[in-house]
Design a protein around this ligand. Structure first.
Ligand code: GLN
Ligand code: ZN
Length: 765
């Protein structure tokens, strides 16, 4: 008989209770005991929600990050947090965010802040984990306090617990050796601790342990492949059964190794690796459990239950008890409960499924496999009806949009002339100095702006009052920029709360949830918009604000848009068409906006692609295919303009070395990127690659309240000038200024403009 289980549950709480409790504790407004109590309450509630499934994850709850929890379990804490006052939780937050709660920092003389652990993206998700730190001397020491406490709570609640841990090979591979030593050299030491850990769990009566090894879906070299064999042959003697979990991608060449590891079961992501399932079954020794992740743990759509049953019933027949079913990965990556979405209309709601609904779907599948489909007839019928309605809905399908995408002609992505000719026309028209100065788009989002927006949304401020308030903000930005002496101005983005939401709300084909929060890191959550139908732009979205701003100044005003790839990568995407098709639809919609801006007399247009890099597939072998359609989408958006119109793009990072050719292929006239924190080190990419167009390497780190000096910015630009000829360099901050305060911004930009003037003078001299 089939077993149902779950790999992990969102810990933040349906109303983001954990977020608010954490932030209140950090501010010193509540005690650590009340935070701990809330944690226990959430665990209890979440386990109760999972009652109907056979094996429930324990240890997935975390006050910050499950990888950081693993580091604590393994006793792998950075040296810099030893010797502080306070308890383990205080130290935990020190590693997570550089400081603990206010109350614990009373000892500021002896326990001042420390450097927070580095954070990076968990595979291809938008969740960020704290990177484990290693060096050649790293010693591990088991600490099961947290895990055993959760296990005891679960047992008391009658939960059929399956502890969840990060596997040793993934743990090493996602960490960083601070001294550049070989992380794999630590494996023998680490395995001693894992053995102890698993035996401790066995002594608690645990039967199954889920051990996560998602790096098996990435390309591994021989040493790392070998590490899997070493690790699991050593752990084989432990008295628990291991379910080795992989997710987010395809096993491909790692399938053979995975199938033959001496573990009791394997979990595979059958959403992303459906083609890999049969080959894996054929490789799998006959006593092993195969867990299929058949419900998408990364997206919010209802599962087609009948289609899944059609597919897995024969597998259930073949595998018998050895078949388990689950979501594809931890449900950490989806919101908690659809029931809270009161504002979403009933039709759209009937197409969606958040974490709790996904667990219901899992139970329906389990019952159907055990007792036959008739036992869940009503659920299957309702599911079929919802899916059929979605498939047929005019909200999803717009024949005009589909035809437009089908007929995208190659010339849509081509500028009329090559860069050098365009550059000459643009400079004649714009009349800019060398080292022109600009900013990335937003100016400080003041309390006044937020107040006006919330009053407008609540209906206390009418449209004309709101417009007047925004016009006043735009006028202020323009005044400040003119006083600073910047060359290309921006309107300041006062009217935008978020660079995706602003456009999503005006495009047909998007919907927004009220509580669809997903943890991004620590207490930070994001609420990705839902791309549900063919994308159509009913009317211009930014032209009015931009032309108003232009009317206030004789300097060029930059129109400001979010690009198609970023809109796509920061949304929940459709599961009924390839991402590339959704991206082209977005491209056509934003292209219309670009052309409308041009028609309205805007001569410089910036199309932000902050998230282009985030969409790269986990396997390098699949990068090119993604880059091809991503770059094409950008080109369709940008390249319909006349030679005289200058196209800018902006990216929030500059790890370009591996994708530089594609970035150049976007053919933007100017690209602005983040570089100041790395001291231009990231411009190394341009040693071997001759970037053909103009570039603005950021010289002002907008993430910090520090005011950069003129000298520092000059020095950064001089470094940049060793790679890019000065005639093609711009001077600008790293990113938008919305999170900063006006006084800092004015001080920093004053220095920036002065730096540009000094650089110009040195060219003339
Ligand atoms: N134009 C946007 C801004 O300035 C860009 C933000 C971003 O790149 N994340 O806010
Ligand atoms: Zn940015």
């Amino acid at each position: 008989m089939v077993t149902t289980h779950n790999l992990g549950f969102p810990r933040i709480g349906a109303q983001r209770e954990l977020k608010f409790a954490l932030e209140s504790y950090w501010k010193g407004e509540s005690s650590s005991q009340s935070l701990k109590d809330l944690g226990a309450q959430l665990r209890q509630r979440h386990w109760a929600h999972q009652q109907g499934i056979d094996l429930v994850p324990v240890g997935d709850f975390s006050f910050y990050d499950q990888v950081l929890d693993m580091s604590f379990t393994l006793g792998n804490l950075p040296e810099r947090v030893s010797g502080f006052h306070g308890d383990a939780l205080d130290n935990y937050f020190r590693v997570a965010r550089g400081r603990s709660a206010k109350s614990a920092e009373a000892h500021s003389a002896c326990c001042g802040g420390v450097a927070a652990g580095e954070m990076t993206k968990w595979f291809d998700t938008n969740y960020h984990y704290i990177v484990p730190e290693f060096n050649a001397a790293t010693a591990f020491k088991l600490d099961t306090t947290r895990l055993l406490a959760h296990l005891t709570e679960a047992k008391a609640q009658g939960v059929k617990a399956k502890p969840v841990i990060v596997g040793p090979v993934t743990y090493l591979s996602i960490g960083k050796a601070k001294d550049n030593s070989d992380r794999l050299a630590l494996l023998p030491r680490l395995l001693v601790i894992y053995t102890e850990l698993l035996n401790t769990l066995a002594a608690q009566g645990v039967e199954w342990v889920q051990i996560d090894e998602p790096i098996l879906v990435t390309e591994l070299d021989a040493d790392w492949q070998h590490a899997f064999n070493t690790a699991y042959h050593q752990l084989k003697s432990c008295k628990v059964k291991l379910l080795l979990a992989t997710y987010f991608g395809q096993l491909q060449e790692n399938a053979y190794i995975t199938a033959n590891l001496p573990v009791a079961g394997i979990h595979i992501d059958a959403i992303n690796d459906r083609e890999g399932v049969l080959p894996l079954i054929n490789l799998l020794p006959a006593h092993k459990v195969l867990s299929l992740g058949v419900i998408n743990g990364r997206n919010i759509w209802k599962t087609d239950l009948t289609a899944v049953l059609d597919w897995i019933e024969p597998l259930a027949e073949r595998l018998g008890d050895r078949l388990w079913i689950a979501p594809s990965c931890s449900l950490l990556h989806v919101p908690v409960d659809l029931a809270s979405e009161e504002k979403l209309d009933a039709e759209v709601r009937s197409w969606l499924s958040f974490a709790l609904q996904k667990l219901e779907e899992l139970q329906v599948l389990g019952t159907a496999l055990r007792e036959g489909r008739h036992a869940v007839n009503a659920a299957l019928t309702a599911n079929q009806a919802a899916l059929a309605a979605r498939r047929a809905s005019p909200r999803v399908h717009n024949p005009v949009v589909r035809a437009a995408v089908a007929h995208i002609a190659p010339h849509l992505g081509l500028r009329k002339s090559p860069y050098t000719q365009r550059a000459a026309r643009q400079s004649a028209l714009l009349n800019l100095p060398v080292y022109p100065t600009t900013t990335i788009g937003s100016f400080p989002q003041t309390a006044d702006i937020r107040h006006a927006r919330s009053e407008f949304k609540a209906g206390h401020l009418d449209a004309s009052g709101y417009k007047a308030a925004m016009h006043a903000e735009i006028a202020r930005s323009v005044r400040e920029q003119e006083a600073l002496g910047l060359d290309v101005l921006v309107h300041g983005e006062a009217e935008r709360n978020d660079m995706v939401e602003y456009f999503g709300e005006q495009l047909e084909g998007y919907v927004f949830s009220q509580f669809g929060w997903v943890q991004s890191y620590g207490s930070r959550c994001v609420k990705p918009p839902i791309l549900l139908g063919d994308i159509h732009r009913p009317r211009p979205m930014t032209v009015e604000w931009t032309t108003y701003a232009q009317s206030l100044t004789g300097k060029p005003m930059k129109g400001m848009l979010t690009g198609p790839v970023t809109l796509l990568n920061w949304s929940f995407v459709r599961d009924d068409q390839p991402r590339s098709v959704s991206c082209k639809q977005l491209a056509l919609a934003i292209r219309d906006e670009v052309l409308d801006l041009e028609k309205a007399g805007v001569r410089v247009i910036q199309i932000d692609e902050a998230a282009l890099r985030e969409g790269l597939p986990l396997r390098k072998s699949q990068w090119q295919e993604y880059l091809d359609w991503a770059v094409e989408s950008f080109r369709i958006t940008a390249n319909g303009v006349r030679d005289e119109t200058q196209i800018h793009t902006h990216m929030c990072y500059s790890e370009f070395n591996d994708i530089i050719a594609s970035i150049a292929d976007m053919d933007a006239d100017v690209i602005t990127i983040e570089t100041s924190r790395s001291d231009m080190e990231l411009l190394d990419a341009f040693d071997d690659f001759n970037y053909p167009n103009e570039m603005g390497p950021g010289v002002y780190d907008i993430h910090s309240p520090n005011i950069p000096t003129q000298e520092h910015m000059i020095q950064l630009m001089q470094q940049a000038a060793t790679r890019i000829p000065p005639e093609r360099l711009w001077v600008n901050p790293d990113c938008g200024l919305k999170t900063r305060q006006w006084p800092e911004v004015i001080a920093a930009l004053t220095n920036m403009v002065a730096a540009a003037k000094t650089l110009r003078a040195s060219l003339v001299a």
